[in-house]
Design a protein around this ligand. Sequence first.
Ligand code: CP
Ligand code: NVA
Length: 307
Amino acid sequence: MTPHHFRKVSDLSSDQIRAVLAAAARMKRAPLADTHVLAGKTVALIFSKPSTRTRVSFTVGVHQLGGLALTLSEQELQMRKSESIDDTARVLSRYVDAIVIRTFAQSDVDDLAAAASVPVVNALTDDRHPCQALTDIFTFEERFPDARGRQITYLGDGNNVATSLAAAGAMTGIDVCLSVPEGHDVPAPLWAEIQLLAKDGGTRVWVERDPRAAVKNASALYTDVWISMGQTDSEEKIEALRPYRIDAELLASAPGDAVVMHCLPAHRGMEITDDVIDGPRSVVFDQAENRLHVQKALLTHLVGGAG
Ligand code: CP
Ligand code: NVA
């Protein structure tokens, strides 16, 4: 049987996303109620880029579900040095019950998934960050139980976080406005994919270059770093992104109940100011906590038998 992978948000149907988010809410209320789910099972965590939240939340989550998390850095593996991704996938599938991977190219995750006989979970690539996106929707709905039809405005670089957030919003009834400068848009093929998801979901995902206009009707203002892991610093890019920083002035242009989101790590003073990220409208640290609950629910869905 083909395993159920989570390479991108749309590897889950809208109904499956709903089921995962509902399970996450239950797990948040009772974090140690599901210690049987991964009993006797092992989850490999492969990291080719740094990570705090993803690494720790998966490790703790697997432990709380009764399983063993095995963290592997790419330097420690033969993968891509002495053997192919395919062979690594085949071998790991004989030992472990799921593979979580953070790497550079999305194609490496897709290749690993194609050769693996256990579920493969994308823990961030240059193109996508689907685990983050599920948590973002969970956190938004936690704040706004009437989330359907509300709007999240993402400001900054059209990167992996923006791409997956837009896909997840499109599939869950939430409109997503991307306020990104010209030249820093979500790549065209990913944009086309998001538009199809929005059409199916009856939602809107669009670009508004003017940050003030973009936040006017938003229930959340979301941002991420301007220079992602693996990218080289660029003065030109930073200058282009400066008007998209979330500061008190931009927040004042949003509705009074709008919250502020960031996937972290934050470059304080760049894409977001201290007063905003530490202020009363920030849900950033709830968002970080929620990675744990949502990923436990995801692993339960994919590995624990319900998948
Ligand atoms: N948001 C997120 O994925 O954080 P880490 O890079 O610390 O895992
Ligand atoms: N866009 C950021 C997200 C970090 C969680 C990066 O890829 O570095």
